[in-house]
Design a protein around this ligand. Structure first.
Ligand SMILES: Nc1ncnc2c1ncn2[C@@H]1O[C@H](COP(=O)(O)OS(=O)(=O)O)[C@@H](OP(=O)(O)O)[C@H]1O
Ligand SMILES: Nc1ncnc2c1ncn2[C@@H]1O[C@H](COP(=O)(O)OP(=O)(O)O)[C@@H](O)[C@H]1O
Length: 197
């Protein structure tokens, strides 16, 4: 029973853990179409942060949809639950003092608003990896667009399921015509003031 669960107070606080690590913990949330560049950019940004001595961790489809969320598919309800669980996991990591990078399509505005509610607005950085559907389809890194167009995948974002673009993201990167390095520098410059205590 939820009412019988009483929170235990621990002596070591989030701000003490952040001090120990000499960093502000944050959730850097990458949203965008499949193939837009979320994982590539998150990976490169994490590498840069790691080299600068920040303690980071990346959450991605590989460690989430094959693990904790392997019971979920791509209906709006399943995506909502996917994003909610990821936000809860990220929240624990942010509480532990870590800078978390999360790369998920997260196509629904309501689900992204829920992430901000779970981790708190001050800890949440929404990064919109804005790559046109045409470009994503041209890249077709995993061959999924071709399958979706052939009717072999239902509910495929951008083809037969919606992507609700963020209206006021903290960072927006229009990747078409930019290198991965250029994207990383643009994001890094925006988040730099938030990283240190
Ligand atoms: N129907 C459908 N729609 C969108 N994407 C699909 C679908 N089926 C499989 N895939 C592959 O799964 C990746 C998206 O998973 P996510 O957990 O990021 O999706 S969501 O946030 O719950 O919408 C996505 O990976 P990325 O390409 O890395 O974005 C796809 O490769
Ligand atoms: N500016 C760029 N930023 C990110 N990826 C890019 C860029 N230009 C080209 N790409 C290529 O686009 C693909 C993006 O794939 P991926 O990172 O898996 O996307 P997502 O995680 O959004 O599905 C990669 O093959 C990457 O090399």
């Amino acid at each position: 029973m939820k009412e019988n669960i009483i929170r235990h107070t621990y002596e070591v606080s989030k701000s003490q853990r952040q001090k120990l690590l000499n960093q502000n913990s944050l959730l850097l949330w990458f949203t965008g179409l499949s193939g837009s560049g979320k994982s590539t950019i998150a990976n490169a940004l994490e590498h840069k942060l790691y080299q600068e001595g920040f303690k980071t961790y990346a959450l991605d489809g590989d460690n989430i949809r094959k693990g904790i969320n392997n019971d979920l598919a791509f209906s709006p309800e399943d995506r909502k639950e996917n994003i909610r669980r990821i936000a809860e996991v990220a929240n624990l990591m942010v509480d532990a003092g870590v800078i978390v990078l999360a790369a998920f399509v997260s196509p629904y505005k309501k689900d992204r608003e829920n992430i901000a509610r779970i981790v708190g607005n001050d800890n949440f950085v929404e990064i919109f990896v804005n790559t046109s559907l045409e470009e994503c389809e041209k890249r077709d890194v995993k061959g999924l667009y071709k399958k979706a167009r052939a009717g072999e995948i239902k509910d495929f974002t951008g083809v037969n399921a919606p992507y609700e673009a963020p209206e006021a993201p903290d960072v927006e990167i229009i990747t078409d015509g930019l290198s991965v390095e250029e994207c990383v520098v643009r994001i890094y410059d925006k988040i730099k003031p938030k990283l240190k205590i």
